[in-house]
Design a protein around this ligand. Sequence first.
Ligand code: CA
Length: 232
Amino acid sequence: MENKKILIIEDEKSISDIIKFNLTREGFGVETAYNGKTGLEQALAGAPDLILLDVMLPLMDGFEVCRRIRESSSVPILMLTAKEEEVDKVLGLELGADDYITKPFGMRELIARIKANLRRADLVGELKDEPANLQEFGNLSIDMNRYEALKNGKALELTLREFELLKYLAERENRVFSREQLLEEVWGYEYYGDIRTVDVTVRRLREKLEDDSSDPQYIMTKRGIGYYFRRP
Ligand code: CA
């Protein structure tokens, strides 16, 4: 994790300072911005490896900053949320945030999240150079190496997380996984995280993948247990 650069966009200086102190101690390079507008500029100009982004910010809120960064960059973004309504909004909007953490959070949890998101980004970067590994599931084909999925020959616009969930389930056809298992295996968290994240990601994946998301043919629900992939 050395040499990784983290941009903290957080207007509360006491929070920003303590995060900076801890990340520096972990060996990260750290930059800070105290409002949304400057944060956006630094995000686009400074090429950070990961961004910690507060929601309530002066000049431009974190949702807008996230949306603007995503117009040109796939840098991992971890949103810092203060209220339940903000969590709902992060989950409910197609903002493109990779993850969120709710205040107050512990530094160990924050650092674990940062590392998990950086590892994922590295992995995806490496996989892009791999040869294609196309697997067919009826009308759906998934390139397990290159993070691409096609339905009836047409590419699906999946986020990284949606793809990873699809890949994980499809590689284990007909096996049922609980939300907790999926959070651990696909998101890479051990104890942290919110199982609603899994439900929201399944819902979005179905909307993109299924002909009728209310009558799914690929990503199935096992009532009271979890989810599984089946070949239609
Ligand atoms: Ca704030």
